[in-house]
Design a protein around this ligand. Structure first.
Ligand code: MG
Length: 174
């Protein structure tokens, strides 16, 4: 059985992942409305990935005979001044998610809940990637700042990002 503390924290994490999905969907819509289809695509893929993160945790709670309790998703910002500002917000948000994942890992360790610790390893690694990719995008946006042709080329590049299902789901086909 999951401890009550870990169970509640995992349910809160589902909400955080779905809020992340909603945030990136909002960025995607704002970018698309401004004609930045590549940036919109990048954030739409991000939106899909965040839903996978929530699904992985939901599957895990159910596999441990726990109850998934979905909570309301708070409103998100709807407008950004530039892609740079979107990626800065992304990095700031992902750092907060990293802190939440680390907290989950601490609780699992305190509980000596080895199955939960093991499940969380994937998320710990994923957060390293999330922060790294946000930093890379900030660098790319800074490099083209004030250069419309540069932004046009960057947007074309981001149009190529494709979604692949997160690996913990690929094995269960959930
Ligand atoms: Mg996530």
């Amino acid at each position: 059985m999951l401890s009550q503390k870990l169970h509640e924290a995992l349910n809160a994490q589902i909400n955080a992942e779905l809020w992340s999905a909603y945030l990136y969907l909002s960025m995607s819509m704002d970018a698309e409305a401004k004609g930045l289809k590549g940036v919109a695509n990048w954030f739409y893929v991000q939106f899909q990935e965040e839903q996978d993160h929530a699904r992985i945790i939901m599957n895990y709670i159910l596999s441990r005979d726990g109850k998934v309790a979905l909570q309301p998703i708070e409103a998100v910002r709807t407008e950004w001044a530039s892609p740079l500002e979107m990626f800065q917000d992304t990095l700031k948000h992902e750092k907060e998610v990293t802190a939440m994942i680390n907290n989950l890992a601490s609780i699992a360790a305190e509980d000596k809940d080895y199955a939960s610790s093991n499940m969380l390893v994937w998320f710990v690694d994923e957060q390293v990637e999330e922060e790294e990719s946000a930093r890379e995008m900030i660098t790319a946006c800074e490099a083209v700042e004030g250069n419309k042709f540069g932004l046009y080329m960057l947007d074309k590049e981001l149009a190529a990002r494709t979604y692949t299902q997160a690996s913990p789901l690929a094995s269960t086909n959930a």
